[in-house]
Design a protein around this ligand. Structure first.
Ligand code: SF4
Length: 891
């Protein structure tokens, strides 16, 4: 059966054969080439000329063409559930915001925006809130991602500057990856490191992570640090640097604070890292003994109640040794989102101004106000994300505009966020779909253009600004975000200030403002582009900032020149702290959360790709075998996971990749895709006191085995209704939809129940049934015109079926054949997908290994193609080889 037909669109009239753009997912910021295929679909390839990826893409980037159909798109403005025209919707938004401000002041309104926005969108939103409404109440979901890095940079460097470049990974002799599952979360950067290590095997790689992740595949040393123990680890390193006399006294002349930082490091207990003295010594030997060292860090550092201190503990080591701003050396924060950096540049965080200027600084505020010709300017920082939704709950914020983000799923204490928005006077949501948990609570829904329809710029983790270019026309009434925001600005009474005609004009204004900021000492200065024309903007090549004479090889701080009043960097005294919440008898396990390889955030786009859904297609809880035994858990059991803040129901995955006493769950599933898997509902809204970033990776939970009366699996050509049962997940598949199910009460009539699930009333489809009451089994296949349109399989135990085979049968003739649940001997089931690019399953790979046909990742690639495209699955292939390779007699 072929893939389901998509609603396709014509190309924009001016779209070229292959348009250069950027991937909209992670902060690597890969360049892509977008074209059209003969069937009218979109094809996406890596851009060989883009310096972020040189043609490589990961599985998510490769599947972008499968995410641009119009199914579930929001195509018209909607007010209180009714479609309307733009004038009515925008007049209402402008009027309601004006009324709230008039009655309660500017602090009673807020914008909550996203690292998915393009820089031009972000710029307009920030200008409207901070310069014209006059409040700092604009914050971004990047607060959940890298606010601690921003705060750490500002404390150490005086400004939010990433000192290094991706090419430092090629030239380093030691790469330390701490709190970063680079293999899954930044796959193209990981593959770059893999290639560098293959070319120069002397490169050492250290992975610091409580879990044994796919990234450990290339680790010379894996340090399974205790949750929250990174600060103690880097303090131990700083103390050892001093003990061995490995400081760089010449560089320390550029830095203040070393004695206090060292005293704090010496006073802290290395045992808080959770590592043995031998592991600590091995790490110190490597780090101190190898000069060219890059320390890459990401969410496990940032998403912590001591995240800013952890960042500074890392920066302290680089500052003490002068290993910063030179080729192959430096601390390197990699961002989660495609334009988190662009958001930082325009001041999209509540505690930033614009162009890296300080909102607390009166002369900075005056300069920005004068540049904008603004009637008022925010007089200080606004509410950070967690504070913002608390203010909504308390009724202090009465109108909020949420743009391209889904806080009802992604914010900590997500149930409280849902309740806050449900009680808010006026909620506006701009998005590409109405199928999000947050959109369900909107009074006004505004249809925005999506990735392939948008023009603008993004900045990746190494400060490289690239164009995102539109290749598809805006569908229905959808509009670009910058234009929607500008329309509201005009309707609120500031027509001249929001009078741009194109994103090129917005970019030019942003560039001009950066020149003002540069004169005030900001590192972010792209004012060379202040006079950019629309044609130049259209052809803009990717570039690093700063530009011109300030570029200095693209790196910062090799010879000091920090952005502090005296030009000196600052080392910070760090006293490590454990996670804010301690485990206890009621909540004995520590819950870590994170991303999976093939999904993105709350799945509004990646879940459209059946291919991507085949990799880890159900929300799960990784449990160590010792804990599983203590809890009486078997593989594929369902468990209720409960924290003091909320609960979820997840499938058990028993794995020694997590330590005993710790569990892991992915953060992607929503109320649209599962019955109870919004994992951030379990996460406490405790934050870092400096950055305001929530502690997303250290919740405390208990786990209880569920004993449902029945388990089930279903497939359907059409979207099934929300199942009326205790547990369900709903996923797009190549031939329609697939569901995992479980229930506490067995339906009296399975066929009736299934007809309700599939919306197939009597007379619309024939049923073939197979009941085995003694074993509690029911199997039903529905067919029309001789072809299978839906099937349900249930039993008292988790249903063991060849799922890929069953999914493939939808649409096939001989519908009764599906009831066997297994393919014939002539058509083996490939098993769950490992290689999403080439659709190779675990059973195929296992067979090749066990037969001795392929015993290395390269041999699997040669035999099956797996791992030969984006490479994201190579660590999993290596793990399968380690697990299934035939043992020799000596072993
Ligand atoms: Fe996109 Fe993958 Fe590149 Fe990230 S690594 S930008 S998700 S293609």
């Amino acid at each position: 059966m072929n893939a389901r037909p998509k609603r396709l669109r014509p190309a924009r009239p001016n779209a070229t054969a292959m348009t250069r753009s950027t991937c909209p997912y992670c902060g690597v910021g890969c360049g892509v080439l977008i074209g059209r295929d003969a069937a009218g679909g979109v094809v996406v390839k890596g851009d060989p000329d883009h310096p972020a990826n040189f043609g490589r893409l990961c599985s998510k980037g490769t599947a972008l063409g499968e995410t641009v159909d119009l199914e579930d798109r929001l195509l018209a403005p909607r007010v209180n559930g009714q479609d309307t025209d733009w004038d009515s919707a925008l007049d209402l938004v402008a009027r309601r915001f004006r009324e709230v401000i008039a009655a309660h002041g500017p602090e009673a309104v807020a914008f909550y925006v996203s690292g998915q926005l393009l820089t031009e969108d972000y710029y307009v939103a920030n200008k409207l809130m901070k310069g014209f409404i006059g409040s700092g109440n604009i914050d971004t979901n990047s607060r959940l991602c890298m606010a601690s890095s921003v705060a750490g940079h500002r404390r150490a460097f005086g400004t939010d500057t990433v000192p290094g470049l991706y090419e430092d990974l090629d030239s380093a002799d030691l790469v330390v990856l701490t709190g970063s599952n680079l293999a899954w979360c930044h796959p193209v950067l990981y593959q770059r490191l893999v290639a560098a290590k293959a070319a120069r095997p002397a490169i050492k790689v250290v992975v610091i992570d409580p879990r044994r992740t796919a990234t450990c595949d290339i680790a010379d040393l894996h340090l399974a640090v205790a949750p929250g123990g990174d600060g103690a680890l880097f303090n131990a390193l700083l103390a050892e640097i001093a003990t061995r006399g490995a400081e760089c006294s010449a560089f320390l002349a550029y830095v203040d604070g070393y004695p206090a930082a060292l005293a704090a490091a010496r006073a802290s207990d290395p045992a808080l890292s959770g590592l043995s003295p031998a592991d600590l010594a091995a790490f110190c030997d490597l780090w101190i003994g190898i000069e060219r060292v890059v320390t890459v860090y990401s969410q496990s550092i940032n998403q912590s109640s001591s995240g800013t201190d952890k960042v500074n503990a890392i920066l302290n080591c680089h500052l003490a040794t002068g290993r910063i701003g030179r080729p192959g050396m430096g601390p390197f924060s990699v961002t989660g989102q495609p334009n988190a950096m662009g958001g930082r540049e325009v001041g999209g965080l509540a505690n930033m101004l614009a162009c890296h200027l300080e909102i607390e600084n009166p002369s900075h505020r005056a300069a920005v106000r004068d540049f904008w010709g603004a009637p008022r300017i925010a007089q200080g920082p606004g509410l950070k994300a967690v504070e913002m939704f608390r203010a909504v709950a308390a009724g202090r914020i009465k109108a909020i505009w949420i743009i391209h983000t889904n806080p009802v799923v992604s914010m900590p204490d997500a149930d409280a966020v849902r309740a806050a928005l449900a009680g808010c006077e006026f909620v506006v949501v701009s998005d590409i779909t109405d199928r999000t948990d947050t959109a369900l609570l909107a009074h006004v829904l505004l249809p925005a253009t999506a990735w392939a329809e948008k023009d603008g710029t993004v900045t990746n983790s190494e400060r490289r600004i690239s164009r995102q270019r539109a290749v598809l026309p805006a569908p229905g009434l959808a509009r670009p975000d910058w234009a929607i925001l500008a329309e509201v600005g005009r309707r609120m009474g500031w027509p001249a200030a929001f009078d741009w005609q194109s994103p090129a004009e917005v970019f030019a204004e942003h560039a001009a403002l950066s020149g003002v900021a540069g004169q005030l000492g900001s590192d972010f200065d792209v004012s060379d582009f202040a006079g950019i024309t629309p044609a130049q903007y259209e052809g803009l090549e990717p570039f690093l900032w700063p530009q011109g004479p300030r570029q200095r090889g693209g790196r910062f701080f090799a010879t000091g020149a920090f952005h502090t009043p005296d030009g000196k960097g600052r080392m910070i005294a760090v006293t490590p702290r454990p996670p804010a919440r301690a485990t206890c008898a009621n909540y004995p396990l520590r819950l870590n959360t994170g991303r999976t390889r093939d999904q993105w955030h709350t799945m509004t786009r990646t879940a459209k790709s059946a291919r991507l859904n085949q990799h880890l297609g159900e929300p799960y809880l990784e449990v160590n075998p010792a804990d599983a035994a203590a809890l009486g858990l078997e593989p594929a059991d369902l468990v209720r996971v409960t924290s003091p803040d909320g609960a979820a129901v997840l499938r058990v995955l028993i794995s020694d990749a997590v330590r005993a006493g710790e569990v892991f769950a992915p953060m992607h599933w929503t109320g649209e895709t599962a019955s109870a898997a919004r994992i951030d509902a379990l996460v406490a809204a405790v934050t870092d006191p400096v950055s305001g970033q929530p502690e997303s990776k250290a919740a405390v939970v208990r786990v209880e085995r569920l004993a449902p009366a029945w388990y089930g699996f279903a497939v359907s050509a059409e979207r099934p209704a929300d199942p009326d049962t205790a547990y369900w997940t709903r996923t797009r598949a190549t031939t329609g939809w697939r569901l995992e199910l479980a229930g506490d009460a067995t339906p009296a009539d399975w066929e009736d129940w299934a007809r309700g699930l599939f919306t197939l009333p009597e007379g619309t489809a024939e049923a073939v049934t197979l009941f085995d009451p003694a074993r509690g089994r029911a199997r039903i296949a529905f067919h029309a015109e001789g072809r299978l349109i839906a099937a349900l399989f249930t039993g008292r135990e988790p249903v063991a079926l060849a799922r890929t085979h069953v999914v493939a049968k939808v649409g096939a003739e001989n519908p009764a054949a599906v009831l066997a649940g297994q393919p014939g001997a002539d058509a083996p089931d490939p098993g769950p997908t490992v290689c999403a690019c080439l659709n190779v399953g675990v059973t195929q790979i296992r067979t090749a290994i066990e037969s001795g046909q392929a015993m290395s990742v390269a041999a699997i690639g040669a035999a099956l193609g797996a791992g030969t495209s984006c490479g994201s699955c190579r660590p999993e292939i290596a793990a399968l080889i380690a697990r299934f390779a035939p043992r020799t007699a000596a072993e």
